[in-house]
Design a protein around this ligand. Structure first.
Ligand code: CAA
Ligand code: NAD
Length: 297
């Protein structure tokens, strides 16, 4: 099963990166958004990222200026934006990267199940929801996987490939091959809460927020401790801002509802209150830190 044409639904923080790495991997890609303004923002991020990667390759001596320019033009040329779901009808694969809201994801897959060709494989980039529930909503559970990319997609080398009890073997193999074509190393995961990475990472982020809220240490010291003491590239509070406080809260709310007796899945008060105030982290300029563009101020 050869994946040549890919639809990516949602061109936000994750979606724009997935569009880009799929195009870098040689696929023709349609990026679908709800509104032209969101699409324009996502495409502009892609263009900046492609330009950055191209100029890095020139600096490293991997490509000449002309080769880098041709590469950037080729990758950009494989991407088309759309705000019309019907444009995904003949995709070989559709990857969903919309907000972490299970009802919204189910509604989307229900509609895509009716409009896409019978061979189309569906994948969700969900951080935390059961893949099997979306698979059932799509009406084609045997052609459904989780493809969980990491933020920033252009730089993080992992993709978790999640198969449910219903996923066909050749669909799983095609999804894995697609992950590799995107330049990622796939790991195989069962359909469990948070798969591998988030099951470990999100409770760790929660513990760091609790530590800050109790006044045990400052945000800067907690982050420095994990960077310098454990060699992490970012501390947990910077990472929470980076992921998005809204996404982190949605992950935890889903887990707390489904697994009320699991102590690792508590929701810190400060996370709830910051989200209620619209302080969503790097994307809004304020979270556990203040941000100016992509950098902490
Ligand atoms: N495209 C192209 N280039 C990019 C880029 C992008 N999207 N983002 C950053 N870069 C470039 C920067 O411009 C910079 O280039 P120069 O060296 O030329 O300046 C370079 O990459 C390094 O970036 P920074 O200087 O900003 O910072 P850094 O050295 O700390 O690296 C990082 C950034 C790779 C993100 C690193 O901090 C890191 O690995 N952080 C941890 C990220 C992480 O844990 N992600 C997982 C989150 S959890 C998740 O995704 C799952 C979920 O479901 C919630
Ligand atoms: P985001 O809010 O940055 O982007 C979501 C985008 O989807 C928005 O641009 C929105 O306009 C669009 N959208 C919403 N409903 C849509 C619909 N019905 N059709 C088309 N577009 C729609 O969110 P994000 O951080 O990119 O997260 C997207 C998904 O990826 C979530 O499931 C999240 O859990 C998961 N994820 C997030 C991260 C992270 O670090 N933020 C990492 C891995 C996975």
């Amino acid at each position: 099963m050869n994946i040549k044409k890919v639809g990516v639904v949602g061109c936000g923080l994750m979606g724009h990166g997935i569009v880009q790495v799929a195009a870098q991997g040689g696929c023709t890609v349609i990026a679908l958004e709800t509104e032209q303004a969101y699409l324009d923002k996502g495409i502009s991020r892609i263009e900046k990222s492609i330009a950055k990667l191209a100029s890095k390759d020139v600096k490293k001596g991997k490509l000449t200026e002309d080769q880098a320019k041709d590469w950037a033009t080729e990758v950009r040329g494989r991407i088309t934006g759309s705000i019309n779901r019907e444009d995904l009808a003949d995709c070989d694969l559709v990857v969903e990267a919309i907000v972490e809201d299970l009802d919204a994801k189910k509604e989307l897959f229900g509609a895509l199940g009716k409009l896409c060709k019978a061979e189309t494989i569906f994948a969700s980039n969900t951080s935390s929801f059961p893949v099997a529930e979306m698979a059932v909503a799509s009406g084609r559970p045997e052609r459904f996987v989780g493809l969980h990319f990491f933020n920033p997609v252009q730089l993080m080398r992992l993709v978790e490939v999640v198969r449910t009890d219903a996923t066909d073997e050749d669909v799983y193999a095609a999804a894995r091959a697609f992950g590799e074509a995107c330049g990622k190393t796939p790991v195989s995961c069962k359909d469990t809460p948070g798969f591998v990475v988030n099951r470990l990472l999100v409770p760790y982020m929660v513990q760091a927020i609790n530590m800050l809220d109790r006044g045990d240490a400052s945000a800067a010291d907690i982050d420095a401790a994990m960077q310098l003491g454990c060699g992490h590239p970012m501390g947990p509070l910077t990472l929470t801002d980076y992921v998005g406080l809204d996404t982190t809260l949605s992950i935890l709310e889903g887990w707390c509802e489904r697994y009320p007796n699991e102590p690792a899945f508590g929701i810190p008060d400060s996370l709830r209150s910051k989200v209620a105030e619209g302080k969503l982290g790097r994307k809004t300029g304020q979270g556990y830190y203040t941000w100016e563009g992509d950098k902490k101020s």
